[in-house]
Design a protein around this ligand. Structure first.
Ligand code: PMP
Length: 412
C-alpha cells in the first residue's frame, strides 16, 4: 500500500470556498460542509462578534438569542417536531438522541446501518460500524447494537436491478429487529442519516425510509434522523434531507452547518419524547453567540438562495462527472444530491472491485493542484465532495476538468 504525504495542510485563513496556507496558496475547498454558507461569511462573523461583545454565556438563565433561534429552527420543521435542545457537537446531539429514545421507549437497543458513522463519543462509536475496522479486532459489537445492511445499490446485497429495493432493504431492518426480539432484546431506536455521507455518499432507494420507519415504530422503537451533514438545504431539494424520503422522524440531530464552523448542535423532537428526559443541562449548548451565529446562517441561506444554488451547482458537478465517465475505466459510479457528490473508483467496471489506492493517490494529486477533495466509504474508494454552499458552477467545471486529467494519468 502506497502512502502519500500524511501531514495535513496547514491553513491560516479561509474565505468563502477557499482556504489559504502560510505561503498564500489558495485551495478550492470541496469538503468543509461545516462552513455551510462559506468560510468566515461576513454576515455570520459580524453576528458572532457583536454578540460576543454583548453576552457570551448565560447558563441557567434565559436569553433572547436562544428563544429566538429555537423558534426559527422549529419553524423549518414539520409541526410534530416542536422542541429543541442545544448542544455543541454532532456527537453530543446523537448521544442525547439515543438517551431520549431510551427514556421514551423504556427500551435499550439501537439499530444502525453497517456503513454508518454517528460520532466519536463512546456510545456512538458502538453504533458507527464504518469505524469498527479502525478500532481493531478488540472492538466487539455490543449486545445493544444491531446492524442492518446499508441500502447501497452499487455494492450492497440488493443492486440497481432489484425490484423495489427500498422495501427489500427495509425488510432487512425488520429482520434484524425480529432477531433481536427473539433473543429478548427490545429496540429503542433506529438511527441513520437520510442519505449517507461518510459511508460514501449513498442515496437510498425510493421509499426505503418510509417502509423502515413504519417497521421500527410497529416494533416499539423511534426513528432518529442524523442530519449532521445533510441539513439546511444541502441536498438542494428541501431544508431537511429526511424530506427527500418523504418521512417525518421522531428525533432529528443537527451539527456541523448549524454554526458555520462555530461549535453548535441541536436535537429536535416531539413534546412527548422531550418530556421523558427529566433534567437536561449543559454549560455551553445554545449559548448566545452560538444562537446569534445560527440565526445569521439561516439569514444567509435565505438571502443568497443557497438551496436553489446547491441544486444547480450540484447538477453541474454530477453532469460534469457523468460526461467524463465513459472515458474512464476506473469511474464506477457517480452519485449525489445537491452538494453531496460521490464518485466511486473501481479497478474495473465489471468487477466493481474498490480502487482504494487510486482514490488516495487522486486526493493527493488534487491537493497538489490546489483542490481539496476527500475519499471515504467503507473501502475508502469514494471521492467525496461536500463543499460550502457558495460553491459555483465554475468551481464545479474546474474540479471535473482537473479530476479528468489526473485520473487519466493514474489509469495509464
Ligand atoms: N454524524 C455524522 C453523520 C457525522 O458525519 C459526524 C461528523 N463527521 C457526526 C455525527 C459527529 O459530529 P461531530 O464531529 O461534530 O461530533
Amino acid at each position: 500500500m502506497l502512502h502519500f504525504e500524511t501531514s495535513p495542510l496547514k491553513i491560516v485563513r479561509a474565505s468563502r470556498q477557499y482556504l489559504y496556507d502560510e505561503s498564500g496558496n489558495e485551495y478550492l475547498d470541496c469538503i468543509t460542509n461545516a462552513s455551510h454558507v462559506g468560510h468566515c461569511h461576513p454576515h455570520v462573523v459580524t453576528a458572532g462578534q457583536e454578540q460576543m461583545a454583548r453576552l457570551v454565556t448565560s447558563t441557567g438563565f434565559l436569553n433572547d438569542q436562544m428563544s429566538e433561534y429555537a423558534k426559527r429552527l422549529i419553524s423549518t420543521m414539520p409541526e410534530s417536531l416542536s422542541v429543541c435542545f442545544f448542544l455543541n457537537s454532532g456527537s453530543e446531539a446523537n448521544d442525547l438522541a439515543i438517551r431520549l429514545a431510551r427514556a421514551y421507549t423504556k427500551h435499550e437497543d439501537v439499530v444502525c446501518l453497517d456503513s454508518a458513522y454517528h460520532g466519536n463519543l463512546g456510545s456512538l462509536i458502538e453504533i458507527s460500524p464504518s469505524r469498527f475496522k479502525k478500532l481493531g479486532s478488540s472492538h466487539i459489537k455490543k449486545d445493544w447494537v444491531h446492524i442492518a445492511p446499508t441500502p447501497y445499490l452499487y455494492r450492497g446485497k440488493y443492486r440497481e436491478d432489484a425490484s423495489n429495493p427500498g422495501l427489500l432493504y427495509a425488510n432487512e431492518v425488520l429482520t434484524v429487529i425480529k432477531k433481536a426480539k427473539s433473543s429478548g432484546r427490545e429496540i429503542a431506536a433506529f438511527i441513520c442519516e437520510p442519505l449517507m455521507s461518510a459511508g460514501g455518499i449513498i442515496i437510498y432507494p425510493q421509499n426505503y425510509l418510509q417502509h423502515t420507519y413504519r417497521y421500527v415504530r410497529e416494533m416499539g422503537g423511534v426513528c432518529i434522523a442524523d442530519e449532521v451533514q445533510s441539513a439546511f438545504g444541502r441536498t438542494g431539494e428541501h431544508t431537511w434531507a429526511f424530506q427527500t424520503q418523504d418521512v417525518i422522524p421522531d428525533i432529528v440531530t443537527v451539527g456541523k452547518p448549524i454554526g458555520n464552523g462555530y461549535p453548535f448542535s441541536a436535537v429536535i423532537t416531539t413534546k412527548e419524547i422531550a418530556d421523558c428526559i427529566g433534567e437536561f443541562s449543559t454549560t455551553f449548548g445554545g449559548n448566545p453567540v452560538a444562537c446569534a451565529v445560527g440565526m445569521a446562517v439561516l439569514d444567509v441561506i435565505e438571502n443568497e438562495k443557497l438551496m436553489a444554488s446547491a441544486r444547480s451547482v450540484g447538477k453541474c458537478l454530477l453532469d460534469g462527472f457523468r460526461s467524463i465517465m465513459p472515458s474512464h475505466p476506473m469511474m464506477g459510479e457517480v452519485r449525489g444530491m445537491g452538494l453531496m457528490v460521490g464518485v466511486e473508483l473501481v479497478i474495473d467496471k465489471e468487477s466493481r472491485k474498490p480502487a482504494s489506492e487510486a482514490a488516495e493517490i487522486l486526493a493527493y494529486r488534487m491537493k497538489e493542484n490546489k483542490i481539496i477533495i476527500a475519499y471515504d466509504g467503507l473501502e475508502k474508494n469514494v471521492m467525496v465532495m461536500t463543499p460550502p454552499m457558495c460553491f459555483t458552477c465554475d468551481n464545479a467545471h474546474h474540479v471535473v476538468q482537473v479530476f479528468d486529467q489526473l485520473l487519466q494519468e493514474i489509469e495509464n
